[in-house]
Write a protein that binds this ligand. Sequence first.
Ligand SMILES: [Zn+2]
Length: 174
Amino acid sequence: MNLKTTEEIIARSIAQAFPAANLDIEGNGAQVVYNITLNEKLLVRLDHIGAVFNFPTRGSGKMSWSGIKEGSPETVAASIVQDLANAGFTVLSPVGKRIQKRPVFIGRYTFCPQCNEHSLIRRIVYGMIYQELDSEKFVSGGRGIGFNDPEIRCIGCGWEGIPEDVRFTKKIRG
Ligand SMILES: [Zn+2]
């Protein structure tokens, strides 16, 4: 009998979805560590306690198996694979289709990359405005320049950019 551990199932699921990456297995027994590496850079490390992510994510960069309240190892693996897709890695669905980045959500907890404040990022609306804008979400951009106009603005410091710029911004603790 060789029952697979949670970390082994997750590691193998990630490796399967990530053809360019390598899965290296170190140690044995309870001390086994699964390392997902790409070009010798360690991206995900899994052991019997949890996983550590060494690529940009929205979260803390760590996950412990005891903290997972619901979901099978396969669904946990799928969420890690989606995080890899969001960070730009080429990862595949079970039928071999490339998984796309999730759209960036702009909301209260979106931090400005320039002033590090949250609740201040708005989507810019160009052109004539016929209805009153929800000022919690939108800001008028006037006519724009018509090419590569920014899509979002910080109403605190005036920074402008695109949603991708704030995909991974989080509070910088100083
Ligand atoms: Zn700002």
